[in-house]
Design a protein around this ligand. Structure first.
Ligand code: EPZ
Length: 429
């Protein structure tokens, strides 16, 4: 199993290209199941999760071609996928394929909406809480589908198609909002979604669906109205920049010190995280086609963070901020309100010397002057990268084990950081 080796202490200087968003690319790929025509997705990140979804879609009969690199393009340019779901040969997504990635469960919505049937294994994914799918199943039922659970599979049927309905989410859910958007786009009549997720990835999915002929109003706000159409057509769409990758490298600069431009990204995708970074003592500045982050000389100030649905502080940056807070000049308070078990990184950060006290959903981090390198183990995607961030500023050598988690969500991380002066390498085997 590959590992990452880091020798801490080097400042980061230069530019880091930001990839297309994993959490946008996955639902966009899934949305291609809604049409018989070709969907072309540009700026798709090269990640293990994208590869896994390609396998799941191929298994359903979807043709996916990757366009070759054109003159002048580099490995920093995302991939272009041509996806054609004309011939769906199977409406089953099996356990072996779905169990490693929760987002793959979302194929249930377009399959039921277009084919009238889906059999999808209950999902797996990062170990960050119980992560149920009840809201997603309620969406399908609200639109007239039947739901049965049998031997770990959800079987959903709508023989005569879906019908518009009224959905009020009890809690904001990204996946349930994706599900509702996809299902309602092909349902007969109008669907009203209240308390919808406002995440940029939801807006990106709605933008693609609208290009495909869907009638959607209000995406990006908490109330969305969809008027169903009988069929959708092909479209071309570029995936939005990865706001979590952007925030992660921004935090890495705040941690290691230095001056970096993050390219091909947008500050409006994560204003709350940038506000927190400024409060921690980093400089954040919008530049052409990106954002500049710097921390020179001054120390890291303690922060007070509560994770919330967008536009609040994202749960997917909580672990990375905790790594930063371990070197704060005082006590930081970090409260996790989205997932109940998203503190697995605490015990690993402690191996580097971090002082963190957990009290229910809140972590109190007493900042210390220096972390010390150690072998650590990645537990989930964002927790893994928090260990890399900590390693960048720790004295001596940090080895991050089990980095297959990292490969799910960070494209060529060691190259991107290495090019900016970090002493980081992948050890294979
Ligand atoms: C998406 O997961 C992201 N995944 C997650 O990123 C992200 O952490 C999360 O949204 C929150 O922003 C992808 O986009 C692929 P939710 P999702 O439904 O949609 C509860 C990463 O590291 N809930 O918004 O699965 C749930 O338990 C991943 O890239 C129910 O109770 O998250 C949680 O408390 C990790 N019942 C809350 O809602 C349901 O049926 C929000 O979860 C569904 C959710």
């Amino acid at each position: 199993m590959d590992r990452i080796r880091i020798i801490g202490g080097a400042e980061l200087q230069g530019t880091i290209p930001i990839s297309g968003a994993k959490n946008a690319a996955l639902p966009l790929m899934i949305a291609s199941l809604l049409t018989e025509e070709e969907v072309v997705l540009e700026n798709v990140p090269r990640l293990a999760d994208v590869m896994q979804l390609k396998r799941i879609l191929s298994n359903l009969g979807v043709d996916i071609a990757v366009r070759g690199r054109r003159h002048g393009e580099t490995e920093d340019d995302g991939e272009t996928l041509r996806i054609n779901a004309k011939n769906i040969i199977d409406t089953t997504a099996p356990y072996e394929l779905v169990s490693t990635m929760r987002a793959s469960f979302w194929v249930i919505a377009p399959l039921v909406a277009r084919m009238g049937h889906a059999k999808v294994s209950l999902p797996g994914g990062c170990a960050i809480g119980t992560r149920p799918v009840d809201f997603l199943l309620n969406v399908l039922e609200a639109l007239g589908a039947t739901i049965e659970i049998e031997a770990g599979y959800v079987i959903s049927t709508a023989r005569h198609g879906l019908k518009g309905g009224h959905i009020v989410f009890p809690k904001v859910s990204v996946g349930a909002t994706h599900t509702a958007l996809m299902a309602a786009s092909l349902a007969e009549g109008e669907t009203l979604i209240e308390n919808a997720a406002r995440e940029p990835e939801v807006k990106d999915l709605a933008d693609l669906l609208i290009k495909m002929g869907a009638k959607i109003e209000g995406a990006g706000t908490s109330t969305i109205t969809i008027t169903g159409v009988s069929s959708l057509h092909g479209a071309t769409h570029a995936v939005i920049p990865d706001r979590i990758e952007t925030g992660t490298y921004a935090i890495a600069v705040a941690m290691a010190g230095g001056d970096i431009v993050l390219q091909n990204t947008r500050t409006d995708l994560l204003e709350s995280a940038f506000d927190t970074l400024r409060a921690a003592g980093a400089e954040v500045e919008t530049v052409a086609n990106g954002v500049r982050i710097a921390r020179n000389g001054n120390g890291i100030l303690p922060v007070d963070v509560t994770t919330e649905p967008f536009p609040g502080f994202p749960t997917d940056l909580q672990a990375q901020f905790m790594a930063l807070a371990t070197r704060g000049q005082g006590t930081s308070k970090i409260r996790e309100t989205i997932f109940e078990n998203r503190f697995m990184h605490v015990q690993e950060l402690a191996r580097l010397g971090a002082r963190v006290r957990l009290d229910g959903d809140t972590a109190y981090v007493d900042g210390i002057e220096r972390l010390k390198g150690a072998p650590v183990m990645a537990t989930d995607l964002r927790a893994s990268v928090s260990l890399v961030i900590a390693g960048l500023a720790a004295e001596g050598e940090t080895i991050v084990n089990r980095i297959y988690h990292l490969d799910r969500g960070f494209e060529r991380l060691e190259h991107k950081l290495g090019r900016c002066g970090a002493r980081i390498e992948r050890i294979s085997g």
